[in-house]
Structure formats: structure tokens, C-alpha cells
Write a protein that binds this ligand. Structure first.
Ligand SMILES: [Zn+2]
Length: 449
């Protein structure tokens, strides 16, 4: 598992969907399945908007001169050459903050402050602020936005500014926390001027591929249990915790099943999705394409929070999954991965299965080491907790085997049941904030109304 992870992280590196590295990762994953004696299937799908970083440079030019560490925010536009402008402190970036700056904001570079990120709730709050911030900045007519990094000691990370990869019309970058604070202090005493050059490659629709392999069920080959992780990652680091380590886990479970000659009652499908970071496009397109087969899906299992201790599973609103999940995990009881939560998760590749009524579980893992290095330069192989990941592999294998072997099958929900689940778990609020609500209401995503 960790030799595979090393190859993926160190040998291929960060692999944003649409990049050459992502193509290499897709080929690499297919080769891994082939080496196990499985027949990989590369399934193409379309993503509406390409975004890749090209260059990001900035410097303070007055009253002091120093280079500014920064990283472009995904899905935001370029500056169209170097931009030199006054930098104004726009506080938290609320409409009131911009109103306070008045006409001075027009054409200026605005600096936005952020609290340090310490929990998943903080991270979630950072995302929810995106849309109102962009709206307020557009209204004020600023030329560009600099967002203070939420992680100290110079750490930079990719902070996507839209949930589906659609382009955001203001050039934006995450700025080192220490540089942001220094710039803000200088701005208290007079005019600060900054030179900023952000060059990103934006494009229209393009094709990526998901990678699948399967072991056909010996009795019910048309029924499927899917285990998945996303193969793509952001590029500053090497995508170890997010999500290379769980790609390696999926591969190693497949290898284990093959080496033991296991063929359970149902088909087990190993899924490595791409386009996750662009808005979960790989799994979304997969669910669209296989809509007619979803009645035959017994369950999906997704891992996307690194290598911290596996605490249990998100039941994604379905209390009826608790008992069968615990029964399956009894085979790996020593790892005590049974502190399940009823919460419904919107933010990784289970989501379109959830909307379609397919029983879906997402691993709950200790936020360390995942969270501090999330999308950051520091998401590298050495961060991975190998001991815990081995325990997760044992629990995941037991779960996959039991769901695929059990005489009974978990049932698919109806549209009405999914609607109730969404309201009960308050998932509707998040879907509205993420711009997914309309698509569910209209039936473009999930079960037909
Ligand atoms: Zn991820």
C-alpha cells in the first residue's frame, strides 16, 4: 500500500484533473489493476470548465519592498499581466467592509482577513464565505483579492472559489498569513502598493477518465458493492492525505481479494474517480451514466479524509445502515470503528449516490493528520499515519466483503425517502449554499421527482 502511495505522490506528484500529471496517474492506476490480473476500465466523462495554475507572483513595492508568498485560488481568473495597485485592508470582506472603503475600493487590490483554521467547522465556514465575498468584491469593483492564509508559518494551499469549477471573475490568491498581517499593519500608516501577477489557464469543457476494476460476483454478478477514493489532487503538495493514501487503500484491497482468490456473492467494484476537486465530477457523471443500473447497487463505501484513525462511518442519514455496518465490522472488531454518525455528507464522491438513494457510507477519520495539510504544500507522503491506515484497510476489507457476501441486501431509497433524509439531516441548507439544490429539485441530479 505504501509503496504504491510513494509512487503516486513522489513519482507523479500533485495531479489536478486536466493536467499531464492527472493523465499519468490514470495510466498508473490502470497499470496497478493490470498487474493484479484485473481488467481496468477507463471511463471518459466531461467536466465543464478547465482550470490549471500557471504562475503566481507578488511583491510589496511601497512603502517597503518584499516578495509576497501566494498561491492562486482555483477557478479564479488571471490578472492579464502584472497588476500594480493600491492594497486596501478590507477586513473580513463583508459588504459592510467594502462599503466602508467606498470609492477607493474601485480598481484596488483588497486584502481579506481570515481566522486560523483549526477544525472541520472552520474549514467549512471558509467555503461558505466564498460566494458572499465574491459578490461583495464585485459590487465594490476591486481589481483583485488577496485572502489571508488560515494556516500560519507561511503555509499556502489551494482554496477553490466555486463548488462546481465554474469560473470566478476576480483574480484571487491565498497569501501567507505572516505577509498578510505585515501588509495590514503597513496599511494602517499609509498607502501600500502591491504588484500582482496571477496567470491561470482557464478553458471550456474537457475530458477526464475514472478508473474502475472489478471482481465479478459468483452468484449475483449484476449486483454491485463499490469502494472508491478520488485519484486527482491539488498540486502544491503531492496529494498524499487528500487522497492518495485512500487510492492506495482501494488498490491494496483489490490486490488482497485477488491474491486470496476471493469472489463474493456480488460484484465488488474498485473505483478511482477524478474531477473530485473540481466539484465531484467523476462520481457525478458516473451516477448519471449508470442511472439505469443503480437499483442493483447494494452499497458504496468512500474514503476521503486521509489516514487518521478510522472512528466509524457517516451513515449519510440512514439509521437502517447502522446494524448491517456493525455486523460487517464485527470481523475487525479490535479496531473499534463503530462510532458512526447519522450526518449526511456533501463534499466527496458519495454525494450523487446519496441523492440517488443508494446506501452509501463515508469513513470518519481522526482529522489529524488530514486537516492541517488540507490542499496544502505540506500534503506529502511523510504525513501519512501508516499504522492507522493499515487498520482502516482491515475494517474496509471486512465491510466490503460482508456487504458483497451477505444473503441480504441493503435497500435503495425512493425519491420521497431521499427528500425526507435531506430535510432531516439539514443537508438542504448545505446544498443551497453549494448551488446544488436546483439540480436536485429539477431531477438533473439524483432520482427523478
Ligand atoms: Zn479529497
Amino acid at each position: 500500500m505504501f509503496e504504491d502511495l510513494k509512487e503516486l505522490c513522489d513519482g507523479i506528484g500533485g495531479r489536478p484533473t486536466g493536467s499531464a500529471a492527472a493523465s499519468r496517474a490514470i495510466e498508473w492506476a490502470a497499470g496497478k489493476f493490470r498487474a493484479m490480473g484485473l481488467n481496468p476500465v477507463l471511463e471518459p466523462f466531461e467536466i465543464p470548465n478547465l482550470w490549471l495554475p500557471v504562475a503566481a507572483e507578488a511583491a510589496a513595492i511601497a512603502p517597503q519592498q518584499f516578495p509576497i508568498r501566494l498561491a492562486a485560488a482555483p477557478f479564479t481568473v488571471s490578472t492579464k499581466g502584472p497588476l500594480e495597485a493600491v492594497m486596501l485592508d478590507a477586513g473580513e470582506g463583508s459588504e459592510a467592509d467594502f462599503a466602508r472603503l467606498g470609492e477607493r475600493a474601485r480598481g484596488a487590490i483588497a486584502l481579506i482577513h481570515r481566522q486560523e483554521m483549526k477544525t472541520f467547522d472552520d474549514l467549512f465556514a471558509e467555503y461558505v464565505r466564498n460566494q458572499p465575498l465574491v459578490a461583495a468584491a464585485q459590487k465594490a469593483g476591486v481589481a483583485a483579492l488577496l485572502l489571508e492564509s488560515t494556516r500560519p508559518r507561511g503555509l499556502l494551499y489551494r482554496h477553490p472559489m466555486s463548488f462546481d469549477g465554474s469560473p470566478v471573475p476576480i483574480p484571487m490568491a491565498i497569501v501567507s498569513r505572516e505577509h498578510a498581517e505585515r501588509l495590514a499593519r503597513l496599511a494602517q500608516h499609509g498607502e501600500v502598493r502591491v504588484r500582482l501577477n496571477l496567470e491561470n489557464r482557464l478553458g471550456g469543457a474537457y475530458e477526464s477518465q475514472n478508473v474502475f476494476a472489478e471482481i465479478r460476483g459468483r452468484e449475483k454478478p449484476d449486483e454491485v458493492v463499490l469502494i472508491g477514493a478520488h485519484l486527482d489532487s491539488w498540486d502544491l503538495g503531492t496529494g498524499a492525505e487528500d487522497n492518495g493514501v485512500n487510492v492506495a487503500l482501494v488498490l491494496d484491497i483489490a490486490r488482497g481479494f485477488q491474491e486470496l482468490g476471493l469472489a463474493p456473492r456480488r460484484t465488488v467494484r474498485f473505483a478511482l474517480f477524478t474531477g473530485e476537486e473540481q466539484g465531484m465530477w467523476g462520481s457525478r457523471r458516473y451516477v448519471e451514466r449508470h442511472r439505469a443500473e443503480l437499483d442493483k447497487f447494494a452499497a458504496t463505501i468512500t474514503f476521503d479524509t486521509g489516514s487518521g484513525r478510522l472512528i466509524g462511518f457517516y451513515l449519510n442519514g440512514r439509521e437502517d445502515l447502522r446494524k448491517p455496518t456493525n455486523e460487517a465490522l464485527a470481523a475487525a472488531a479490535g479496531f473499534r470503528a463503530t462510532e458512526h454518525l447519522i450526518d449526511a455528507i456533501d463534499g466527496t464522491d458519495n454525494f450523487d449516490f446519496l441523492l440517488s438513494g443508494v446506501p452509501n457510507l463515508v469513513g470518519i477519520q481522526d482529522p489529524i493528520p488530514y486537516l492541517p495539510d488540507y490542499h496544502a504544500e505540506s500534503d506529502t507522503f511523510d504525513r501519512v499515519n501508516q499504522r492507522e491506515e493499515k487498520a482502516t484497510l482491515a475494517a474496509a476489507s471486512a465491510l466490503l466483503w460482508t456487504f458483497a457476501e451477505s444473503p441480504e441486501r441493503l435497500n435503495r431509497q425512493t425519491r420521497a425517502e431521499v427528500e425526507k433524509l435531506i430535510l432531516d439531516t439539514k443537508l438542504d441548507q448545505q446544498m443551497k449554499a453549494f448551488g446544488q439544490w436546483e439540480d436536485f429539485q429539477s431531477g438533473r441530479r439524483g432520482l427523478f421527482p
